[in-house]
Design a protein around this ligand. Structure first.
Ligand SMILES: [Zn+2]
Length: 137
């Protein structure tokens, strides 16, 4: 699948920054996401752009699927961050609770998850779904 890692315009993660200066540098491998939330945003953008290699690379080896195929008919349109714990510069783990909006066959839907992230060799990795805790909203 063609990767649009140099696409102009705003980043799919809706940070308000241009893609190249936001998740694009993580997708290219020029930098590593410094926080769990930055990785979550970069993974959302990777889903939106079809960057399977980035998704696999940032999946923790203990939970990484052997095969990963994206549904080409599913267009990821918007990301909402609902809450987070840990996941900062000096943390070893963290969670990010989010809702990801998509459009499929011209119908809108959303998927939400509280994702667990862990630092592995200095790099944040996605570990999987975390139980929802009592997060202040
Ligand atoms: Zn971004």
């Amino acid at each position: 699948m063609a990767q649009r890692t140099t696409q102009p315009g705003p980043c799919p993660c809706a940070s308000g920054q241009p893609y190249g200066a936001c998740c694009g540098r993580y997708h290219r491998g020029d930098a590593s996401p410094p926080t769990a939330e930055a990785l979550l945003r970069a993974r959302f953008s990777a889903f939106a752009l079809g960057d399977v290699a980035f998704l696999r690379r940032t999946w923790h080896r203990s939970t990484r699927p052997a095969m990963l195929e994206l549904d080409r008919g599913q267009h990821w349109t918007r990301l909402e961050i609902l809450g987070r714990t840990g996941g900062a510069l000096f943390d070893a783990e963290g969670t990010v609770d989010f809702r990801a909006h998509y459009r499929i066959n011209s119908l809108d839907g959303a998927q939400s998850e509280n994702s667990a992230f862990v630092r592995d060799g200095g790099e944040w990795r996605y570990r999987g779904r975390a139980p929802r805790g009592p997060v202040a909203r």
